[in-house]
Design a protein around this ligand. Structure first.
Ligand code: NZQ
Ligand code: ZN
Length: 394
């Protein structure tokens, strides 16, 4: 195994009624000024807003609202939130939403205490913030990203056309109530769950390593995610499936699967740039890209893909060469994506403009050229190969 340090600062409050049971007590550890942050208004329609406000009132908090956080949160929105935190002297940021709300708040928490611009600091001058961020907590209303249990956040800089990770702030606590996800549109539930599967795969397909317990855990998380997605396709209201998926989501991104190994995340690099140019849904973008990317990767490095086919998809190696077994695993993934009703072509993704207008040859070239090339995956690809993958995904 590679050397590692493992430490996680997030306290998880999991289960039905978790906010009512634990949130009031958790709030007691912070000062009176709370910023309640949320997205486009789903929490006002499904009753979560009222429930959280009641808990905040009972805890004697003065609440400042920061709303309208969009999917694929922007750098501009982060700056708006940071100004509000400073102006209102906020003691705790409470992010109530999916990955987008949580990510935006993480960077708001870090930016609010910094003199300098966090984007320039990290991505231009390559320095990490040393000042402790404003404390934040998360109430997860849509699972999949695992954002609630890590310190990284993904932000889009609209002018620079870059969507990328920023080291920001890890939530002190995370409320995970599977009931809160019941009102999420089903396509988003499946897209979020696919994101979880992608996180586990992208970790697993890091460079070849010797026997590593993290890979065994990743296989279990992948199998559980696939099985519970299948249960949900049969019965969207299945509480057990939603609870498993919620915890799979956290497990895939809380660092456990990454202990002692390097990771790949090439699909995420492509999807993030695709998102920067088109504003498409993260999980759906990944679903389109993964099979095309893995067809190329498994040609170059079949061994781990053969293990994936056998241990995740239960495909027998009998009568197959290693290369054939590896390819069968990738095709099982592709068929599963179709069965889930996820999009399989870029042009089927919902975008900020007509896909035909956006997905031109020159834009696909810009997207592929602006992607980071991962050096630690099973197989290293070139910008030209990424471009071909995008063209095949069209
Ligand atoms: O904005 P509202 O009105 O709340 O609606 C949201 C949004 O439209 C809706 N929603 C959330 N909870 C709901 C609900 N609708 C009804 N009932 C509820 N209970 O769901 C829609 C999607 O929400 P969003 O937060 O955008 O989705 P997701 O959780 O998939 O987050 C995606 C973002 O996370 C980033 C992605 O790149 C993307 O920007 N990621 C963050 C990661 C991290 N920090 O670790 C890792 C991931 O790889 C990912 O990159
Ligand atoms: Zn993701």
């Amino acid at each position: 195994m590679e050397n590692f340090v493992y430490e996680y600062p997030t306290k998880v409050l999991f289960g039905k009624g978790a906010a009512k049971e634990h949130l009031g007590k958790a709030l007691g550890a912070y000062g009176p000024h709370v910023m309640l942050a949320y997205g486009g208004g789903s929490i006002r329609r499904n009753g979560i807003y009222d429930e959280i406000m009641e808990i905040l009132r009972a805890a004697d908090k003065t609440v400042t609202e920061f709303c309208g956080i969009m999917s694929n949160p922007t750098y501009t929105k982060v700056q708006e939130g940071a100004m509000l935190v400073r102006e209102k002297k906020i003691d705790l940021i409470l992010a109530v939403g999916g990955g987008s709300v949580i990510d935006c708040c993480k960077v708001v928490a870090a930016q609010a205490v910094l003199e300098e611009d966090i984007w320039d600091m990290e991505l231009v001058r390559h320095r990490l913030p040393m000042v402790p961020p404003i404390p934040m907590g998360a109430v997860v209303t849509a699972s999949g990203t695992g954002a609630e249990m890590n310190g990284g956040a993904v932000i889009t800089h609209e002018e620079k056309k870059i969507k990328t990770g920023i080291f920001a702030a890890a939530p002190h606590f995370a409320v995970l109530d599977p009931e809160y996800t019941m009102s999420v549109p089903f396509s988003q539930v499946i897209s979020g769950a696919f994101d979880t599967l992608s996180h586990a795969m992208e970790t697993y397909f890091g460079r070849a390593d010797r026997d590593n317990v993290s890979d065994d855990i990743a296989e279990a998380v992948m199998r559980s995610t696939i099985r519970n997605m299948r249960f949900l396709l049969q019965n969207p209201g299945d509480y057990t499936a939603r609870s498993n998926l919620m915890w799979d989501s956290a497990m895939a991104e809380n660092g456990i699967l990454k202990c002692g190994r390097v990771t790949d995340f090439q699909a995420h690099q492509i999807e993030h740039q695709l998102g920067a140019y088109t504003d498409c849904s993260h999980g759906q973008g990944l679903a389109v890209l993964h099979p095309h990317l893995y067809r190329v990767m498994c040609e170059k490095a079949p061994e781990k893909f053969a293990r994936f086919a056998a241990n995740v998809w239960g495909i027998s190696g009998e009568g197959r060469t290693e290369q054939e077994l590896a390819a069968a695993g990738v095709e099982a993934l592709a068929e599963f994506i179709v069965k889930c009703g996820l999009p399989v072509r870029l042009r089927d993704l919902r975008m900020k403009e007509e896909p035909e207008k956006l997905l031109t040859d020159s834009m696909l070239r810009e997207i592929s050229d602006s992607c980071n090339l991962i050096q630690t995956g099973q197989a290293q690809l070139t910008h030209e190969e990424l471009f071909e993958i995008l063209v095949k995904s069209l």
